[in-house]
Design a protein around this ligand. Structure first.
Ligand code: NAD
Length: 441
């Protein structure tokens, strides 16, 4: 299999933003079809609780468990056995993500609309959340941090984490996932993955004798595969969800000043996630495109997951897009709305400041995407599949609701009463108007 990225040549073509949106196709991922597959799973969990979760865990993860809840002793043991270098790295990641999230907490705001009339927006955390940490192809202790820290900084009182049962670890989630939970002080952890885990959080789960084992949550967040995304879509409305995550993607907007070896390394680093991952280079420089191809050939051969990476780079979702200039490249990356966008151009800060659509932007030669995956302090749970044009990444706001608190005096109400009555009559809802005028009869 070749490592050369296919080329899409847009030079000399002046395409409108809607056409540009389709220029680089996304990986085939049919969440709608997967919703049909997960509907019976979610309904079985809703009706039969823990028994159904345990059955699907046996079917999909190959482990027959007797209990979903991870014992406290197992969480403590995982932390005790954690490699000290990984522990130090996780602690630093937690510190940085917490520093950023703490600064993002919105303050309540009071607006005096008229004398005697105020509207206050109070930011109130949801009470309980269920956080999904994937664990099929790879394990993601970093995703524990990215889910849990924003929920903690939002002030969520009850935090539960779930991650797929791992056969080689006696049916527990991966030990580094458990150790990350321990470092964050999370002790409610379940061995469950896929759609059954999402449904378990959305509906809650009882044993056959009626004992409540998993209390239902208000919000489910976290990345996962197509079944996790489909289950989140299915239960949305019963619970809140964050953005539906699909396969990861990276776009690099680069010009002649970029280092081809570094651009190639960054494209490879996201392709490493998944055969459906997308790696897209947008550049006005044919010289850079050729040099990146040469680097990909050399670097992919030398990396551990070369087969997975080759498949991702060869997929229709990955490409080099040749453009006339950086300006045209900006239009392409805005239309693409990458989950991760690197800007490696001359004056990268000025170019990055003009980006409108991206999950996260990585500026200049020393801000590679893998820094953001782990230790930048930014969140790595980001909108994929082009949804960055309407959604942002996971953060404290995901777990907060803005509640408008309306407080008017008699005078302030009297002053506006006529307008309320006029609008109520225009909508043929006269009782609305009477509710106001009754106060001044
Ligand atoms: P996963 O935990 O999402 O999925 C594993 C579960 O899928 C299993 O527990 C099983 O229950 C279920 N499953 C497997 N086959 C099934 C089938 N045929 N029918 C129904 N359910 C089935 O782990 P994964 O598969 O490794 O996927 C993780 C995804 O998350 C990857 O695409 C990765 O790129 C992505 N990810 C994204 C981010 C981000 O921040 N955007 C971070 C980490 C991971």
């Amino acid at each position: 299999m070749t490592t050369t990225l296919r080329r899409i040549d847009l030079r000399g073509r002046d395409l409108d933003p809607v056409t540009l949106r389709g220029v680089v196709p996304r990986a085939e991922l049919d969440v709608s079809a997967a919703v049909d597959a997960v509907r019976p799973i979610c309904e079985a969990v809703r009706e039969r609780g823990t028994a159904a979760v345990l059955e699907y865990t046996e079917r999909f993860d190959g482990v027959r468990l007797t209990s979903l809840r991870v014992p406290a002793a197992a969480i403590g043991a995982a932390l005790a056995a954690l490699d000290p270098a990984v522990r130090a790295a996780l602690e630093e990641t937690i510190r940085r993500v917490r520093t950023v999230q703490r600064g993002l907490r919105r303050e309540d705001s009071v607006t005096r609309v008229v004398p005697g009339g105020t509207v206050t927006e109070r930011w109130v955390p949801v009470r309980r959340v269920g956080l999904y940490v994937p664990g099929g192809i790879a394990v993601y202790p970093s995703s524990v941090v990215m889910n849990v820290v924003p929920a903690q900084e939002a002030g969520v009182a009850s935090i539960a984490v779930t991650s797929p049962a791992q056969r080689e670890f006696g049916g527990l989630p991966h030990p580094t996932v458990l150790a990350a939970c321990a470092l964050l002080g999370v002790d409610e952890v379940y061995s469950a993955g896929g759609a059954q885990a999402v449904a378990m959080f959305a509906y809650g789960a009882r044993d056959a004798d009626g004992t409540l084992v998993v209390a239902p949550v208000d919000v489910v967040t976290g990345p996962g595969n197509v079944y996790v995304a489909a289950a989140k879509r299915y239960v949305q409305g019963v619970v809140g969800i964050d953005a539906e995550a699909g396969p990861t993607d990276i776009a690099v907007l680069a010009d002649d000043t970029a280092d081809a070896a570094h651009v190639a390394a960054d494209l490879i680093s996201q392709a490493e996630h998944d055969t459906l991952a997308a790696a897209v280079l947008v550049t006005p420089s044919q010289r850079l495109a050729d040099a990146v191809d040469a680097e990909l050939a050399a670097q992919v051969a030398a990396t551990k997951h070369s087969e997975r990476i080759r498949a991702a780079l060869a997929g229709r979702q990955s490409a080099v897009v040749l453009v006339d200039d950086v300006e045209a490249g900006l239009a392409v990356v805005d239309a693409y709305a990458a989950e991760h966008l690197e800007v490696q151009t001359a004056d990268a800060r000025a170019v990055a400041a003009r980006v409108r659509n991206a999950g996260a932007v990585f500026v200049g030669p020393h801000s590679p995407v893998s820094l953001g995956d782990y230790c930048a302090g930014s969140n790595h749970i980001l909108p994929t599949g082009g949804s960055a044009c309407h959604s942002g990444g996971l953060g404290v706001q995901t777990f907060l609701r803005g509640i408008h608190v309306v407080d008017y005096s008699a005078e302030a109400l009297r002053e506006v009463a006529g307008h309320v009555v006029a609008l109520a009559e225009a909508e043929d809802l006269p009782a609305h108007g009477q509710a106001v005028t009754a106060r001044f009869a």
